[in-house]
Design a binder for this molecule. Sequence first.
Ligand code: MSP
Length: 679
Amino acid sequence: MPGAFYITTPIYYVNDVPHLGHAYTTIAADALARYHRMRGDDVRFLTGTDEHGQKIERAAAEKGVTPQQFVDQVSETFRSLPAVLACEPNDFIRTTEARHKKVVHELWEKCRANGFISEGTYAGLYCVGCEAYYTEKELEAKDGAFFCPIHKTKVEKVEEPSFFFDLDKLEGQLLELYEKNPKFIQPESRRNEVISFVKGGLQKLSLSRTSFKWGISVPGADKHVVYVWFDALTNYLSALENAADRAKYWPESVHLIGKDILRFHAIYWPAFLMAAGIPVPKQVFAHGWLNVNGHKMSKSLRNTVEPKKLVEVFTADVVRFYLLREVAFGLDGDFSHEQLFARYKADLADNLGNLLNRSLGLCAKLRPASGGGTLTAVDGPLETKLADVARSSLATVIGAWDEIAPHKALEAALALGRAGNKYIDEAAPWNEGKKGEEGRVRVDTILATALETLRWIATMLWPVMPSVSDRIHEQLGLAKLAPTPSGKSGADLWQLIWSPSWDAAKLPVGTPIFPKIEPDRQAAILKELGVDAALAEANAATPAAAASPDGTKGAPAPKKSKEIAPPAAEITYEEFSRLDLRIGLVVSGERVPKSDKLLKLMVDLGESSPRQIVAGIGKSFAPEALVGQQVVVVANLKPAKLMGLESRGMIFAASGEAGESDLALLMPGKPRAPGTRVK
Ligand code: MSP
């Protein structure tokens, strides 16, 4: 049944110009919005800019302009970004707009009327970079001063009159919310993090500032400006300014955010709403951090990737595909130009592009349009097998989008591409043409089946690669998909029926969609992007701590543990070489029932079928977040049974301070073919 679906990105701080990290969230939100439009849902997709606070006030002062001039200018660079990325939000909200200020005041008044806001004095530590209050315990201490764990800058001592929000009163209600709605915070590992934070006890929150001016004034207390996170979070409601929209889309909202701002969204935001008596959103989904060539993206490393430049070279569809395919959504991931070329070649040129080009080429050669008639399939075993793969891929794609796992959805579409190519190899239409009437029936069957496979793939790709999908439809002589526009509910385009039948007079023609990129061209592109110089500099710097289970911005490398055990007794090289270590690709995963620790994973080691490995890593990772990840596996470990399940191998992981709930998986620095030996 189609329904209302409200998807939001965080609103971006305007102290910085947009980079690939911002683009990543917006692209993921757009792809999800498109998936729902295809389902016939009435979708509202919101993005915008966060323009108040001390950070922005200071950035404007540094530029020598007024805050208003400054935000007007930078906000425009964010407003134009979605179109560059083939994203189609329905609204762009700015926190300096009147419609927003009005709702911030309303929310404040409701919280106050319900007894959650009181007056006092705040004395404590504040990081302007995070726009967040910190306790000493949460900071890094050096020479008697305290430093932000994220920005590494000295935090500021603040003492000023302030209004307070009684966050502590809502501890029980928040825990009940997480308990009763297990999907409220996703992925699972992030949910556990928030629950343990709240169980650790919540304190009153300073809800206004008096030592600077750039913000929304507190109703009835002009000296105070509203705390910038209370202001910013309210954007999700203020964009639904008319009553009909509010009734339709709230609380049907999914807030897509980066893991760095989870606490604000999963604790503060529902708490403000509860205090005001407003329903809480349906879900907060925190994705991981995107690093560049293994390094944290930062201005000082000169490695921030500019989305516009990348799109000019690769097209928006390819950039969207790469980001959503490469990173298991929810986990940290890495952007590398080298890997972008590798994915382009393997997934797009050699798999999808190849299937499209050879199918069109075979049509032109074996069944030219002038031949007329209808091209229908008379199914044999190969066709039945392929149709089964198509149906199961489609089910996987739909399931993956429902759980916000774009990487899995894309993998399923690519699996159908691989099956389609294999089908053509096995069916060998070039041999059938020589076998008279029977051969002609086979040729028609094979071509119709190949084209039908492409129609299905083009449908599956639309959320991520809308233009590519349109072009494939066009090359197949079909109308483009027309998903439901916002404000309406419509047909479910995911209900595909396998019907390989084509009018031979309209047989497809086309030019390659994914032309090969030769090494010369690749080098020229890298030069055009200015990658060589910046890359060398970035690589010389300290690598980022990629997977940071604590969910904080930029994740600094953890300190050395005090109790490092001495090395175990020496072994010889011969003894070591008896270990068979391999690269494995996690193809699916689920929790083992009744265990909070064990995950049942299917891992591709390049063998005829994936192996089942039962791994004790479930306190740190949600199974769905592992799919598509490469891991290091002990391949020759004697099979063992764990809770009745056979496990054929072991995955390497290193524990952090919090032991089993803070594991880091060992992963290759660059993707490797499954089964590659590790020595
Ligand atoms: N203004 C706040 C959000 C308020 S929402 C009510 C904010 N803005 S931000 O511009 O600093 O970051 C916004 C989002 O950009 C992050 O949550 C994250 O989703 C995304 N990213 C910025 N850099 C990123 C990476 N390097 N990698 C992935 N996403 C990152 O926080």
